[in-house]
Design a protein around this ligand. Structure first.
Ligand code: MOS
Length: 744
């Protein structure tokens, strides 16, 4: 029997989603609930001088107003997990009069209806003593060394070096030394942040949009100073997140506080505008990449220096310069990563965090080098393909980047590309083809799961987890059904509850490897538990057998010496009339971690057209070729990858949060002016997967694709735009005005 892993199955939760049966955080309602509206600071730095609540309080339906004037002093106990900045302290909401950035929550209004709460929030009078904030890394801020990135064992390094890149660069036969600047981006998922908080005695239930319900439980418990057992977080569905719901931002605390204050359930939903203020963003970055090569294109020097913005109260770090250490073979490599602390809210992870920005600068610089050398950009990369991870000397658990180049180029039709920039046309349109390589670390974090079989034969599998869109309900059902050799429709997988066995966040491309491994282990443990039940059950044909003499063949448990004495999992549960369950915890083997370098790789190919008269850039075709180990569900993986690639179109051509330098206000905090790709912006987008068997990365051979799907897209587009026009834009997003230069 061939199991469901690897089959292009449709989403098991698809019918729920298309019929409106899937409930997202803001869909939940509780009897007698009140509505809470946040009031954001309208200055970028300073102090609150006065909050006049008299007029607001007098409005109909208003229940109460919360601010630092009446909020309880909260313990804000220590709670740092790996997604939190290791240096600094999270924003303490309503604990003092200081304004640290524009949009910081300064008050909350609770009313009987949403309209009443919004009306009253607008009627609050807040007086500030304001100062001019510094909100741009270009404003002469002295960069700092990210402290966490200097600690031994940190996954992100402030400085790395092998050989002497600075000495090798000036003597290189061919050099490229360029700077790339990438705009701040906001995640802008369809679903807004939302939390419904309800207290029952000392117990708090949060229906809350979260990529990590276990961490939200612990975080809110630590903030409020109550045991985590008294907090439950529920999040069965997420309408996209891209990293913005990894941390628990202040609105979750405010909802819990407000519910406690008014002794009613309280619902708090952020507005689209508020999602530009306090829920993280992809940090603005500035980079220098310098490459030296010999005439044959062999790299002799690679320098990457990156600067990212952070807040003044936390040092957010991301892997901006990490991939430079292992992407290409080069004897002399130096990377440097610095931070600019600004009067802004703390940035956070956004799909392909660090890697997407870092790869943009390096992959565009490699493209620039290819023109300086007159070597095809794929060929140039091939000539610099390393045999091992030269950053740490370890072998790759698998690395199929050359196959990504070959199969991707073939599928895309790279061969018809003429090498010279501005040499391809379609009518009056300039046409260009560009490509870029991508990588993302393949991690696995400790995860638990539980599996049980009921007497009626239904298998229930549970893990805390989240599903922000990749199809986790479906892929976990596939793993369970495959491991147990039962049909998909006999397995029911639950997630999104903090009381279920704990998992890592849905982020970092970790879920399939981590939770998938736990689901597999729980199902294997369930088989063991079922065998023990069978040998103890007088009605079982296997009664009295020694468990060591039993073995599972497909869906049935047999005695090794007797092919007739077999029972299915369902038989065993129904015969005993009892539910059998088992829990398991899977974690990454230390041996794998110490012996191998584990990454997914990809190559992205893009064709753009540029209107030479008005500068409009269109992505006509894009193809991603990904090597990411075993693909559990090619249909969902394809969907996930083209979604990431479309995110990359946004990064390359549209997305940019613009701050007013006078007060730090995001001036385009709405979907009319913060542009994201819509259907009309997307041509033909496709993804293919390289057959890759990785025997080391984890028992399932899974590498994860969530992040790599976006990484590489922006540089492939930038490189295609250059090929089309001969205009090298070293800034993202690449905009129409960049194209309006006197033609060559
Ligand atoms: Mo993603 S940035 O790992 O949610």
């Amino acid at each position: 029997m061939t199991g469901p892993i690897g089959k292009p199955l449709r989403r098991v939760d698809g019918p729920l989603k298309v019929t409106g049966g899937a409930e997202y955080a803001a869909d939940f309602n509780r009897p007698n609930q009140a509505y809470c509206v946040l009031v954001p600071a309208t200055v970028g730095k300073g102090r609150i001088v006065a909050i006049d609540i008299v007029a607001a309080r007098a409005l109909p339906g208003v229940v109460d107003v919360l601010s630092y004037l009446n909020a309880p002093k909260l313990p804000y106990g220590p709670h740092k997990v790996f997604i939190d900045p290791g240096v600094g302290e999270r924003l303490h909401v309503f604990q003092d009069d200081e304004i640290r950035f524009y949009g910081q929550p300064v008050a909350a209004v609770i009313a009987d209806t949403l309209d009443q709460a919004e009306h009253a929030a607008a009627a609050l009078k807040i007086v500030y003593a304001s100062e001019r904030p510094v909100v741009d890394i270009g404003e002469g801020v002295a960069p700092i060394v990210p402290e966490e990135a200097t600690r031994p064992g940190s996954r992100i390094r402030s400085d790395t070096a092998r050989g002497d890149a600075d000495a090798a660069l000036p003597t290189a036969e061919v050099r490229v030394d360029v700077r790339y600047d990438i705009a701040r981006e906001n995640h802008n998922p369809m679903e807004p942040h939302a939390t419904l908080a309800e207290w029952q005695g000392e117990h708090l239930t949060l229906w809350s949009k979260s990529q990590w319900v276990n961490s939200e439980q612990d975080e809110i418990a630590a903030i409020l100073g109550i045991p985590p057992e008294q907090v439950q977080v529920i999040c069965p569905f997420i309408g996209g997140a891209f990293g913005t719901s990894l941390r628990s931002w202040p609105h979750v605390t405010v909802a819990a506080l407000a519910a406690r204050l008014v002794k009613r359930p309280v619902k708090l939903v952020l507005t689209r505008k508020q999602m530009f203020y306090t829920t993280g963003h992809r940090p603005r970055s500035a980079q220098r990449v310098a490459l030296g090569a010999d005439r044959d294109g062999r790299l002799t020097a690679l320098i990457q220096e990156g600067l990212g913005e952070t807040s003044r109260y936390e040092q957010f770090i991301e892997a901006l310069t990490s991939a430079a250490n292992f992407m290409y073979s080069c004897p002399n490599v130096r990377t440097q990563y610095r931070l600019a602390p600004l009067d802004i809210g703390t940035p956070t992870y956004m799909r392909g965090p660090g890697e997407a920005s870092g790869a943009h600068a390096v992959e565009c610089a490699v493209d620039e080098l290819s023109y300086a050398l007159g070597i095809d950009p794929i060929e140039l990369r091939r000539r610099n393909e390393p045999q091992v991870d030269e950053g740490n000397g370890k072998p790759f658990s698998s690395r199929s980047l050359l196959q990504c180049y070959a199969e991707g180029a073939e599928h895309f039709g790279w061969a018809v590309r003429s090498p010279r920039p501005r040499s391809m046309r379609d009518g009056r349109l300039l046409v260009g083809m560009g490509m870029a390589a991508a990588s993302y670390p393949s991690g696995q974090m400790q995860s638990s799961a539980l599996a049980r079989v009921r007497p009626d034969g239904l298998v229930e599998v549970e893990a805390a987890a989240s599903d922000m869109g990749p199809g986790t309900y479906t892929s976990m059902t596939q793993v369970a059904a495959e491991t147990l050799s039962v049909p998909m429709d006999e397995v029911h997988f639950s997630l999104g509850r903090s009381e279920l066995p704990p998992t890592p966040p849905q982020g970092g491309s970790l879920t399939m490897a981590s939770v998938g491994s736990a689901v597999r282990d729980a199902c294997l443990a369930l088989r063991t538990a079922a065998a023990e039940v069978a040998v103890a059950d007088k009605r079982s044909p296997l009664f009295g057998s020694h468990p060591a003499d039993l073995e599972w063949r497909d869906d049935r448990l047999f005695h090794r010496s007797d092919d007739r004495r077999g029972q299915s999992l369902h038989d065993i549960a129904s015969s005993g009339g009892q539910t059998i369950e088992a829990q398991a915890t899977a974690k990454r083997s230390m041996e794998v971690m110490s012996r191998y370098s584990t990454h997914a790789f990809g190559a992205v190919f893009v064709e753009v057209s540029v209107d030479p008269d008005v500068g409009i850039i269109r992505v006509r075709r894009a193809l991603g070729a990904y090597a990411a180990g075993r693909i559990v569900n090619p249909l969902l993986a394809h969907s996930q990858c083209i979604g990431g690639m479309i995110g990359g179109i946004g990064m390359a051509l549209m997305e940019r949060t613009v701050l007013d330098p006078r007060d730090g206000r995001p001036v385009n905090a709405h979907m009319a002016d913060y542009l994201v790709p819509v259907y009309a912006d997307i041509g033909e987008v496709g993804a293919i997967f390289i057959d890759e068997v990785d025997p080391y990365v984890n028992p399932l051979g899974i590498k994860g694709i969530g992040e790599i799907a976006l990484i590489g897209m922006a540089p492939a587009i930038g490189n295609a735009v250059y090929h089309a026009t001969g205009i090298r834009v070293r800034e993202l997003p690449i905009r129409l005005e960049h194209m309006l230069v006197p033609s060559a």
